[in-house]
Design a protein around this ligand. Structure first.
Ligand SMILES: NC(=O)c1ccc[n+]([C@@H]2O[C@H](COP(=O)([O-])OP(=O)(O)OC[C@H]3O[C@@H](n4cnc5c(N)ncnc54)[C@H](OP(=O)(O)O)[C@@H]3O)[C@@H](O)[C@H]2O)c1
Length: 253
């Protein structure tokens, strides 16, 4: 898949910000591969919010090395794709493990588009105030926690009750929707995306597979065990080429 042309990307950004109603002349745009891949995200609507997860993994299902290095499992086209997803959503969500391993900025740097709000799930208050996603750069910043803790100035903390030792992803989605964040990207890591999927809180999942075998290290998806394959999740899937990587666009809605 090539870069989207400027017209299509501008239409997708407009759809995401709901500022430009689509015109009849957009039929050709609607037929393009890019539109079909990104419009469900840009126009995604659900009550209380539309949620997409993403994972970049190796052929053997790993998202990082055993020492937590994930830069970069995937190739440059997939990284551009990740930045496009960020630009189309209201907020990006990551777990503590990702912040501690990668210290990500979660900004849109490789494509044109707005920076999303940033959300860290940090039930036990393990994240340092100096984490880059807390940096005051104009984007809204949130932390989901299980007990009160002082956070850096300007960071909104949302305290939720734990259920069975974890935060229910549906509670997280509802709380963020209450702050006007209605299109959410769960960017990682594997544990966080898995918990959203397991809770039935993902409408869509993008799994980008790179032609590399890491051989050990954290896996992407890990769900409670099932006995029979009939119980396996079988989303509707479309497949796209991103450079040397293959993107599985999985629809659960
Ligand atoms: N390839 C990719 O696409 C990609 C993307 C992102 C990250 N990564 C890599 O993935 C690795 C980290 O992934 P990971 O799976 O170990 O960790 P993770 O998913 O980033 O974070 C998991 C932690 O987040 C908190 N958390 C998330 N959801 C929760 C919930 N529903 N309830 C309670 N706590 C919740 C918990 O923190 P506490 O432990 O503090 O309770 C949990 O242990 C890093 O090496 C990173 O580089 C890869």
């Amino acid at each position: 898949m090539n870069q989207p042309n400027e017209l299509i990307w501008a239409r997708l950004l407009a759809l995401a910000s709901s500022t430009a109603p689509l015109e009849p002349a957009d039929r050709l745009v609607e037929m393009s591969t890019f539109w079909r891949l990104y419009a469900p995200v840009a126009g995604g609507a659900a009550d209380p919010a539309y949620v997409i997860g993403q994972l970049g993994q190796s052929l053997d299902g790993r998202i990082a090395t055993p020492t937590g290095r994930s830069h970069y499992v995937n190739g440059p086209e997939s990284i551009d794709h990740l930045h496009r997803l960020r630009a189309l959503v209201d907020a990006v969500i990551v777990g503590t493990g990702t912040v501690l391993a990668d210290d990500p900025r979660l900004t849109v740097r490789l494509v044109a588009g707005p920076n999303p709000a940033r959300v860290a799930i940090d039930p036990g208050g393990r994240l340092p105030d100096t984490a880059r996603l807390f940096a005051d750069d104009g984007a809204r910043r949130f932390v989901i926690q299980a007990s009160e803790r002082r956070r850096p100035a300007g960071v909104t903390s949302i305290t939720l009750a734990m259920r069975d030792g974890r935060l229910d992803p549906r509670d997280i989605v509802a709380a963020l929707a209450g702050h006007g964040l209605r299109r959410l990207l769960v960017e990682g890591g594997g544990k966080t995306v898995s918990q959203f999927l397991s809770a039935g809180a993902l409408h869509r999942l993008h799994v980008t597979v790179a032609p590399v075998v890491i051989g050990s290290g954290p896996v992407g998806l890990s769900l409670p065990p099932i006995d029979r394959l009939e119980a396996a999740l079988r989303p509707a899937v479309s497949v796209h080429r991103l450079g040397e990587d293959v993107l599985f666009d999985c629809a659960f809605d």
